[in-house]
Design a protein around this ligand. Structure first.
Ligand code: C2G
Length: 133
């Protein structure tokens, strides 16, 4: 039996339980989990604000999750095909907020969207802290 590599992507800023569950559920789908952590620049271009934690800090946090085998910095959303090929991934996992967006990669890997953990988000955590300060 050949071993299966799973790849997933995210910013993982202000790391929370929704993040760790997504990583663990992704890992269960294969034998090796590779994670692309969005660069600060990519995050700024998507969300219009800098992440709370720098890309080096976010990379270090994700690398220390038990189920994660390999981490790298994701520089651009458009490079998904290169990343999948470079890491020889069999399965691409994304949260279901990206439903359908990466189906075009079906020719090189299986594309799976997993449901997000409800009621937890980096934005809500930041708002909570600000509101209570
Ligand atoms: N997540 C989750 N439940 C939440 C919040 C996040 O399952 N309540 C998942 C997301 O679906 C994603 C991962 O945790 O799979 C990381 O979340 P984000 O950092 O919000 O990811 P995002 O900024 O959407 O980055 O190439 C795409 C980007 O890198 C994705």
């Amino acid at each position: 039996m050949t071993s299966k590599t799973v790849i997933t992507f995210g910013t993982f800023d202000v790391f929370h339980v929704g993040h760790v569950r997504m990583l663990n559920r992704s890992a269960e789908l294969g034998d090796r989990l590779v994670v692309g952590v969005s660069s600060d620049k990519l995050n700024f271009s998507k969300k219009g604000r800098n992440p709370v934690f720098s890309q080096e800090e976010r990379l270090e946090i994700v690398a220390n999750v038990k189920t994660v085998d390999v981490v790298f910095i994701e520089e651009s959303l458009e490079q998904k095909r290169e990343y999948v090929l470079e890491h020889k991934a069999h399965i691409l996992v994304m949260g279901d907020d990206w439903q359908g967006k990466f189906d075009y990669l079906n020719d090189i890997c299986q594309v799976i969207y997993l449901p997000r953990t409800p009621s937890v988000s980096t934005t809500a955590i930041i708002e909570h802290i600000v509101g209570n300060s």
